[in-house]
Design a protein around this ligand. Structure first.
Ligand SMILES: Cc1ncc(C[n+]2csc(CCOP(=O)(O)OP(=O)(O)O)c2C)c(N)n1
Length: 282
């Protein structure tokens, strides 16, 4: 049975706590992990058709992390659905020979569909996968791809956006984590995006805009997706907060990537627990 919104809120809080625990051991891309945690939790723990016991099943949905630096939030969600134990991540992250590191790598981790980290590459790969499914006559699986807003300034993103419409890839769902920050500045300081949903719409995409830190809105957006055998790709533009849930990290460029002191970790985890408890009272 699929989890309820309330269960998914608890699951997202667990993922945030795992991220913060890891972040006190190793440097991770914590800001962009936390902004996309709610979407990733609903995607992996509610939406996707994916059997960790049969990871090459032709009927699986595919996931590509185009903003490949958000590898930790992906790994913790994969652990939550049974791919491996989250203690494996804590132990192996950034270790020699480990399966987990600052970017997603399928040479060492078979649960990663495509190695990513160089921005602008995962989206075209996802288009190719979606086109491949069509060629194989698979009309039920979808390909989900998560991109950053800073990533939108890569030219390959727009080549892929045109390509997906040309090949009528209604089985492709692009998710843009619109948190307003990049690695070293705000989007508007680096390369402003303007009306990003309007741009995709002009390219021929079905566009949806949501609060990407609101579990109910995320569920509704996934529930309302057109069928996988339809002809028009969908982009979900998710308005999020970088560093979501931790007061000293929210909207801070400095926390694009970093490592926490034990005191900062404890404060951050206490904030996540307090917010969840408050949510439960409402
Ligand atoms: C092609 C390429 N150029 C530069 C980088 C270095 N880089 C890593 S993360 C990042 C910022 C990405 O910003 P965004 O896509 O908004 O991600 P988020 O803020 O969600 O973490 C940059 C420039 C990279 N990984 N790939």
């Amino acid at each position: 049975m699929r989890p309820t919104a309330s269960q998914l809120k608890t699951a997202a809080a667990e993922i945030r706590k795992d991220l913060l625990t890891l972040c006190a051991k190793e440097t991770i891309h914590i800001g962009g992990d936390l902004s996309i945690t709610d979407v990733m939790t609903v995607l992996w723990q509610y939406q996707m058709n994916y059997d960790p016991k049969d990871i090459k099943s032709e009927s699986r949905d595919r996931f590509v992390l185009s903003k490949g630096h958000a590898s930790a939030v992906t790994s913790f969600n994969q652990a939550a659905v049974g791919c491996f134990d989250k203690e494996d991540i804590m132990r192996e992250y950034a270790a020699d020979g480990g399966r987990f590191s600052m970017h997603s790598c399928n040479l060492v981790n078979p649960y990663v569909e495509a190695s990513t980290g160089s921005l602008g590459h995962g989206f075209p790969i996802a288009c190719g996968m979606a086109a491949g499914l069509r060629l194989k006559g698979n009309n039920t699986s979808r390909v989900y791809v998560v991109m950053g807003d800073g990533e939108q300034s890569e030219g390959s993103v727009w080549e892929a956006a045109m390509n997906a419409v040309h090949y009528r890839l209604g089985n492709l769902v692009a998710i843009v984590d619109f948190n307003g920050l990049e690695a070293d500045g705000t989007i508007d300081e680096v390369t402003s995006l303007g009306d990003i949903a309007g741009k995709y719409h002009a390219f021929g995409w079905n566009t949806v805009e949501i609060n990407g830190n609101d579990i109910e809105e995320i569920i509704n957006a996934f529930d309302a997706l057109p069928p996988a055998d339809s002809d028009i790709p969908t982009v979900i533009v998710c308005h999020t907060t970088k560093g979501k849930g931790v007061s000293f990290m929210e909207n801070q460029v400095r926390w694009h990537a970093g490592r926490l002191t034990p005191e900062q970790r404890d404060q951050a985890i206490a904030e996540i627990e307090a917010a969840l408890a408050e949510e439960g009272e409402n």
